[in-house]
Every structure is written in structure tokens, then in C-alpha cells.
Design a protein around this ligand. Structure first.
Ligand SMILES: Cc1cc2nc3c(=O)[nH]c(=O)nc-3n(C[C@H](O)[C@H](O)[C@H](O)COP(=O)(O)O)c2cc1C
Length: 207
């Protein structure tokens, strides 16, 4: 059976993390459910070459995989869902999947998740992950963090979320923005139990 994942892009800076994550996951035979909040769409249009329209149309067959030149896996399937559609399968705990990533995760969405507020499908799907004990990875982005942000991260972590601020490592000597982004996404894929070669591993002969 195909692995199923959820990726959501919210209105924090760093939309490229979400776009490259979608591309990276689409290299595998996965069913990928993608959501973007209203602010997420605005920020993505501002920060990247994504214009309004559907993700499927934007990504075509390769998305952000220009580095490797590899195409998406022929069995990979991208399903975009409107964040107001509470009738979508991912709104229910009975729908099984292997994990959800919010990349980037705004402080607004973090606050909703850490207080159990589910007024859009991104919040609801995250809430379902926590109650069903499924992986929920939050690329929480703001700087500096206020005490409220830190407390919200603690509450979400106590409830089972993995807090992974997009803080790239420099020990692999990255030379491009894509290298920096991928050094974070490599850790995301590790936590989703995906065997990947997105970034050089410390201790490998290339490191
Ligand atoms: C260009 C731009 C960059 C932003 N960057 C951040 C950010 O890094 N972190 C954050 O928490 N909010 C940021 N915001 C504000 C969020 O978009 C705003 O709080 C919004 O309500 C988040 O909604 P959402 O969680 O539904 O996506 C940014 C807004 C804009 C226009």
C-alpha cells in the first residue's frame, strides 16, 4: 500500500520549505495531501515563483527537483485540499496516514494547534495527528520567539508534536539556498521514516 502523508503550508516566511518538501516526497510512491492556508498562499506568491492556481499545475512533473533533475515517481499522487473542507478524509481519525508536516508553521497555526482550536482543516488534521498519536512535524518559524510562542511550542511538544524550527546546519558547507533548505528537509524525511539522499549525512565519506 502507498504511504500517505499530509503537507500544509501556512503564512510564515519560508514557503520554499513546503514547496521543496512536496517535491522531495513526490519522488516516492506516495499519496500526498497538500493544504495551503490563505496567508500561506499570499506569502508563497510573494516569496517564490508560485503564482495562484493549483499545486498540481505548478509542480508539473518535477517541481523543485532541478538539482537532481529527477522526475516525480510515476505512482506519486498529489491531492490538493481546500483548508475549509472539513468533509475531506484527513479530517477524520479513521483515515490512516503516516504523518503530517506543516512547513513553514506560523505562530498563528502553532497557537491554534497548541490550544486545540480547529477552525480550519490544517488545524483539524494536526489535532487529529495528536489525538491519534501520528507524527506531526512543525517547522515553526518566527524570530525572535516570544514567551507565548515558546510556551505554545512546549504545549504542542508535550502533546506529541515534533518541533523542528527551520534552522539549517552549516557543517555540510552548503553553497545554495536549496542546499540549506534541504539540510532541514532531510531531517524531516528522517522523522517520516523515508530512506532518502537529500543531504549529506555527518560521518559519511562525503561529509
Ligand atoms: C511576508 C509575510 C511574512 C510573514 N512571516 C511570518 C513568520 O515568519 N512567522 C509568523 O508566525 N507569521 C508570519 N506572517 C504573518 C502570518 O502570515 C499571519 O499571522 C497569518 O495570520 C497566519 O495565518 P495562517 O496560520 O492561517 O497561515 C507573515 C506575513 C507576511 C505577509
Amino acid at each position: 500500500m502507498k504511504k500517505k502523508f499530509i503537507v500544509a503550508i501556512t503564512g510564515a516566511s519560508g514557503s520554499i520549505y513546503g514547496l521543496r518538501l512536496i517535491s522531495a516526497l513526490m519522488k516516492f510512491p506516495v499519496e500526498l495531501f497538500v493544504l495551503i492556508s490563505k496567508s500561506g498562499r499570499q506569502v508563497t506568491v510573494h516569496e517564490t515563483d508560485f503564482k495562484s492556481g493549483s499545486f498540481a499545475g505548478y509542480f508539473g512533473k518535477t517541481g523543485y527537483l532541478e538539482k537532481s533533475g529527477e522526475a516525480f515517481h510515476e505512482q506519486a499522487n498529489l491531492i490538493e485540499i481546500d483548508p475549509s473542507d472539513f468533509f475531506a478524509p484527513i479530517a477524520s481519525g479513521s483515515f490512516q496516514h503516516q504523518g503530517m508536516v506543516i512547513a513553514p508553521c506560523s505562530m498563528n497555526t502553532l497557537a491554534a494547534i497548541s490550544s486545540g482550536i480547529t477552525d480550519n482543516l490544517i488545524h483539524r488534521a494536526a489535532d487529529v495527528c495528536l489525538k491519534e498519536k501520528r507524527p506531526l512535524i512543525l517547522l515553526a518559524r518566527e524570530t525572535p520567539f516570544s514567551l507565548i510562542h515558546l510556551k505554545n511550542m512546549t504545549r504542542a511538544a508535550e502533546a506529541g508534536a515534533i518541533i523542528m524550527p527551520p534552522s539549517p546546519g552549516f557543517y555540510t558547507r552548503p553553497t545554495t539556498i536549496e542546499d540549506l533548505v534541504d539540510s532541514v528537509l532531510a531531517r524531516v524525511l528522517d522523522h517520516l521514516n523515508i530512506d532518502h539522499e537529500l543531504s549529506v549525512r555527518w560521518g559519511s565519506s562525503q561529509a
